[in-house]
Design a protein. Sequence first.
Length: 259
Amino acid sequence: MEEPPSAPNPQQAHYEAIHSDYEAHYYDAPSMAYRHRFIYRPLFQDLPLNNASVADLACGSGHNSIALRSYFPTVKTTGYDISDNACRDYERHTGFPAHMADLTLPMPVTESYDAALVIGGLHHCVADLKTSLENVAKMVKPGGFFMMMEPNDDFLMSNVRRAWYRKDKWFEADTEEALRHDALLELGQPYFERHRLTYFGGPAFYAVLNSLILRVPLKAKPALSKILFPAERLYGLLPGRAPYAAFLAVWRRTTIEPG
């Protein structure tokens, strides 16, 4: 007997609905400046990605792939996203291919990559994180890297954030939530091992990068960034993981293959 088709992932409709507003707030000039200073540079540092092939997961319109190539000009990227519109935008903006894919479902992976990148995408895959990580393991060659930025559920304000997820229209609370890095890595084993981990996310993370969520007007962000970027650097001196809204992690792919 054939299995019934899987129900559509609510994240697909949610992303399609907020796509235009999301693009405007998360990829404007102040947000991209934040990404370069506090996400891309620390995430990509010391990685041997020139001439590498990289899978950009939850790729959106391709801004992260374009940024990656500003650090590694010879990198070749391929996008994967749950949204068909995002895949078309990705191909138009980057000149590289993109494939529509739901990471929470088992994927027949036909290509392998030297690395994979996800910026704020895994926490949208909580419907089945284990399957999502197995899919990534199938994509990344042994010895390759998996780079990520995700919201930190060890954050001291996580209870407030969970309540906000449930009430705010910009979230799909049933299928997204912040992540605990150590629990996530445990799900990814034995296919991945930790290479590097840092925590970040202070005042500019909210008011500049997440301006959509806080309803910060786009026109106010250039002035805010001048004030809050220095404060963000100082905030980053705090010890531990509880003060921080997000984490940056680089994992290394082991030689163990998914079954």
